[in-house]
Design a protein. Structure first.
Length: 342
């Protein structure tokens, strides 16, 4: 067990010694995490409700009037909040991750898509799936049922592994199968939290502010065969929740640990952001980077490349030189190194 997992175990033990928390305090924390988890998980998938709007829907239902926001986004907020309550109840009656059933996962998914895509709720996909900006190959539709059976078998046989690692591995393996036509990310994050709750950890939130780093970590793991960057994201989310609960139990400020902190690299761009701003694919940008046409300015703590905003103009210039002047990559590299005078 690495040092971070040991630290998480210690903090969980400290929290266990302080439980049960006062009823009102526990309720306030539960409500805050429900809103934040619902907002962040949906926003990662493209939902445009704000945190406040998400809270309004959870509290008042989908009849609340929010101008300019589609009904689908309101339904996603309502459904996700209901799925959280389902996961909490399921965790209370499930002894360990080894008792999670395939039907439990289908039931979570069914709640997520209720009223949005009834034909696919709780049903495995019948078509191939593709993720924009990723070259990942997912199992063919006919292979999904067997892949999910093996996934459940893996969970049942998994012993003597730290629960936070189990939660992270389950999250990654599930997303790699992508068993449903839609709602896989939200289902994966709820499955992760089900495992955490079963093991007496608080629910963990992958923030929308971490979206690019989080999504890029899947490709990093698949390409580099190194789970650590993905583990880092999950472990950081778990520690934030533990710190928040510990502070609350000790009468200390809670939001200190929950609000996103500004970073010295906030103004730098991850490759996914660079792709979005330029309209190029991540694959193309990586190829140009390998060819020496782009420059990495810095790296995140997880090892992800960061680019200066000026690289946006450089990417556009590379594409212009290709399409307009019909230069080869070798010629473009030379042009960028020695721009024409005047």
């Amino acid at each position: 067990m690495d040092d971070k997992l040991k630290l998480l175990s210690q903090k969980k033990q400290q929290l266990a010694a302080l439980r049960p928390l006062p009823k009102q305090l526990q309720q306030n924390l539960d409500e805050w995490f429900k809103v934040e988890l619902t907002y962040s998980s949906n926003a990662i998938e493209g939902n445009i409700l704000t945190r406040i709007e998400t809270a309004e829907v959870i509290e008042r239902g989908i009849d609340v009037i929010i101008p300019g926001k589609p009904l689908k986004d309101l339904l996603e907020a309502r459904n996700h909040a209901q799925a959280i309550e389902f996961v909490k109840a399921l965790a209370k009656r499930t002894k360990s991750h080894q008792f999670i059933k395939e039907q439990d996962i289908k039931d979570i998914h069914k709640i997520i898509l209720t009223g949005i895509d009834e034909s696919n709720t709780g049903r495995y996909r019948q078509t191939e799936v593709f993720i924009k900006g990723s070259n990942t190959n997912f199992p063919l539709p006919q292979a999904v049922p067997n892949a999910m059976q093996k996934f459940i078998q893996w969970l049942q046989e998994l012993q003597e592994v730290h629960p936070v690692q189990v939660a992270a591995d389950a999250h990654f393996k599930f997303v790699s199968i992508h068993p449903f036509a839609d709602g896989n990310g939200r289902t994966a994050r709820l499955l992760m939290n089900l495992i955490l709750l079963i093991n007496s950890y608080p629910m963990a939130v992958i923030r929308n502010e971490e979206r690019i780093r989080y999504l890029e970590s899947f490709d990093f793991v698949r390409n580099k065969k190194d789970m650590q960057p993905f583990y880092n994201i999950i472990e950081m989310a778990v520690e934030r929740s533990l710190d928040a609960y510990l502070n609350a139990a000790q009468g200390k400020p809670v939001m200190l640990h929950l609000k996103p902190k500004p970073s010295k690299t906030d103004k730098l761009l991850r490759i996914g952001e660079l792709a979005r701003l330029t309209g190029e694919t991540i694959h193309t940008l990586r190829y140009w980077l390998e060819e020496g046409l782009l420059v990495v300015k810095d790296h995140t703590g997880g090892g992800y490349q960061l680019f200066e905003p000026s690289m946006v103009d450089q990417v556009r210039e590379i594409r212009r030189l290709q399409n307009v002047e019909r230069l080869t990559l070798h010629e473009i590299k030379r042009r960028l190194s020695h721009p024409p005078a005047g």
